[in-house]
Design a binder for this molecule. Structure first.
Ligand code: GCW
Length: 647
């Protein structure tokens, strides 16, 4: 009896680990302890010793390997070797081996960062997965959680993280918080992840330590130098600062009549001796060029500074010129700043894509971005994280795929959405038919007996291979579905105010900036719909190089997915399909809804093969998604229809 109890207790932790609540993300690794791992000790060895199902692995550090984070894997399950320039390289190699990869690989970008919009009180701006994993009022950290976070990131090659919101509290630079940053940095370091923080440009003044935050003021410069030195004393590999300045009410150099370059360079000078960098965001509107078409303002504001930034400043821009919409043309600033280091900011959290309520796989959107902006132009890439304290980390089980996809694309932007979805699905739900759930089998059997009045058992289930293919397909179609049921044909920003969930096409508030009002963006009236940004309108097309400039400028050549982004067109404008514009809009809304109906059918077929909790949770969310899609369809077609067919 005692022996049995002992065995049971020994097994319990293993069983507990197996609970499929999504907490293990794509890392549903069995504890095998079968592999003999020799050579370099470190996290890579630890991971492989526990989880690799081969026999023998040798880890070798070889500083002559060209790429710092790259690795080479040779051999097979009997005997494999991983060679890498760095410890991080070995770790990336170890996870690649667990995924079944061999050969040589190196990351495209040196900087592969997550940006957390986490506030120090624990709330997360645009977070839909619970409170912050880093911050809370008690200043408490759960080391095992941070380590799990680190391991997940290391498994997809992410090597840095910005721990707090770009709408940054000046408190971040005070001792208790820097101390916390040090603690987190110590936990992340073994996994090859460096920490960065967002800073409030007005900090020296806001903290009451200097009377101004003017970047050209000597005391201010000295203040920043001292702060930076203090940080490096406790975090020698600290990465640097991310800054949102003179944007949406944040302080910045304009407050003192200075330029973005003055501001960024001042911080860069403080960081330079320690090897730190400044990531200065270009997400600006309403400060210097108030009244100008919002999508043009970043270029208007930054182009004059091109060539003026220090070498350790990187301009960080969102993929599109507006703000993380389900579809935008790429941001032309990537072509305009020729003498400035640049990086792209993508949003993993689904602020404008149904929060964590909707299944929307974002890799196709990012793949689209890279088809316009060559990764070669970029120093790095940042993803606004969708992570919180929720058991499954991201709120929606399928939202984990977006975190995964971001990391994989940061490593290799030539990977296709299909490859990434396949990798993720395989690891998260399995590519082989899992044992059919016993309760499913029993209910199948009951149903069969009832229907056939027979005792013979014959199960009619869609084979797992078919189900798997449909799940993959669902992921790949989900972003276009979202565009269709929310804002097809280049429509944008017709969301409900503030929380950006759900449609409000008639949205207008006199006391709000016009740039937050849906009516400003779709410009629907009795004559037609769309924003004329052509050379006859705001001229935003002129910010693009050829061939896009000419292509986007004329409705006949403008890709239909961007049509209403660049043009205001009559309701009876003839589309390529032969339908009128309003009919085409209706057609897209309908297609979006139909897609979600189809996703639900796919998920029903998947039921026998997916563990109960994850299946149920996803199913509930899909039901919500359909309600939402129908709401978008009804509200938008009714609203636009009222202009198109005036009574
Ligand atoms: O998308 C908008 C969001 C803000 C965000 C801002 C930004 C962090 O609505 O919540 O603030 O962009 O990117 O700075």
């Amino acid at each position: 009896m005692r022996k049995l109890l002992f065995i049971l207790t020994a097994l319990l932790p293993l069983l507990a680990l197996k609970a499929e609540d999504g907490s293990r993300l794509w890392l549903r690794l069995d504890t095998l302890r079968t592999a003999q791992v020799t050579g370099h000790e470190g996290k890579a060895a630890e991971v492989l010793k526990l989880h690799y199902d081969g026999k023998q692995v040798t880890l070798t550090l070889d500083p002559t390997q060209p790429a710092t984070d790259g690795y080479t894997i040779r051999g097979d399950k009997e005997a494999a070797t991983i060679t890498a320039h760095s410890e991080a390289g070995l770790l990336y190699g170890a996870f690649a081996l667990l995924r079944g990869e061999t050969g040589t690989s190196a990351p495209c970008f040196d900087l592969r960062l997550l940006n957390h919009w986490d506030n120090l009180d624990g709330s997360v701006e645009r977070g839909y997965a619970g409170e912050s994993i880093f911050w809370n009022d008690r200043l408490e950290t759960d080391p095992s959680l941070i380590e799990a976070y680190a391991m997940a990131n290391a498994s997809i090659g992410i090597n840095g993280t910005v721990l707090n919101n770009v709408n940054a509290s000046p408190k971040m630079l005070t001792a208790p918080y820097i101390n916390k940053v040090r603690e987190i940095a110590d936990l992340l370091r073994p996994w090859g992840i460096r920490v960065f923080i967002s800073v409030n440009f007005g900090s020296p003044k806001a903290l009451g330590e200097v009377e101004t935050a003017d970047p050209l003021n000597r005391q201010v410069r000295r203040w920043w130098k001292r702060r930076v030195t203090d940080i490096y004393k406790v975090i020698p590999d600290f990465g640097g600062f991310l800054v949102k300045a003179n944007s949406e009410g944040q302080p910045g150099p304009f407050d003192y009549g200075r330029t973005h370059a003055d501001g960024a360079n001042m911080l860069a000078d403080a960081l330079k001796p320690h090897g730190g960098i400044v990531m200065w965001r270009s997400f600006v509107y309403g400060a210097k060029h108030k009244g100008e078409d919002r999508v043009k303002q970043a270029v208007s504001e930054f182009k004059p500074c091109d060539g003026e930034f220090r070498d350790n400043v990187i301009l960080q821009s969102k993929n599109g010129p507006l703000d993380f919409q389900p579809r935008e043309p790429y941001a032309p600033i990537f072509d305009q700043m020729e003498q400035t280091h640049q990086m792209a900011e993508l949003q993993i959290t689904q602020e404008y894509l149904g929060h964590s309520q909707q299944l929307v796989f974002l890799a196709p959107m990012w793949e689209e971005f890279f088809s316009f902006v060559s990764p070669k132009k970029l120093k790095g890439i940042a993803g606004v994280a969708n992570i919180g304290l929720d058991t499954n980390w991201c709120g929606h089980h399928f939202a984990q795929a977006n975190w995964y996809a971001f990391g994989r694309l940061a490593w290799d932007p030539t990977l296709t959405s299909r490859q990434i979805a396949d990798e993720w699905l395989r690891q998260t739900f399995g590519s082989e038919a899992p044992e059919v759930k016993s309760e499913e089998r029993r209910s199948d059997e009951r149903r069969f007996r009832k229907e056939n009045g027979s005792q013979q058992i014959r199960l009619k289930r869609t084979p797992y291979a078919t189900v798997y293919a449909s799940m993959l397909d669902m992921m790949l179609r989900s972003r276009e579905a979202c565009v269709d049921y929310m804002m097809p044909l280049g429509l944008h920003h017709i969301f409900k105010f503030d929380h950006h969930y759900g449609p409000e096409p008639d949205g207008f508030k006199a006391n709000y900036p016009l740039e937050w009002c849906p009516v400003y963006y779709h410009q629907a009236d009795n004559r037609g719909v769309g924003f004329d940004r052509s050379s006859r309108g705001t001229g935003a097309t002129r910010q693009y190089p050829e061939p896009y400039r000419t292509q986007y400028d004329a409705p006949e050549t403008c890709p239909e997915e961007y049509l209403l982004w660049f043009h205001h067109l009559p309701w009876d404008y003839k589309m390529k399909s032969g339908r009128t514009l309003i009919q085409e809009m209706e057609w897209h809304y309908q297609r979006g809804v139909n897609e979600v109906i189809d996703f639900i059918a796919t998920w029903q077929q998947a039921k026998p093969y997916i563990d109960a909790q994850r299946w149920q949770e996803v199913n509930t969310k899909l039901t919500t998604q359909l309600v939402d899609a129908r709401e978008w369809q009804q509200v938008c077609t009714r609203y636009f229809g009222s202009f198109a067919q005036p009574k």
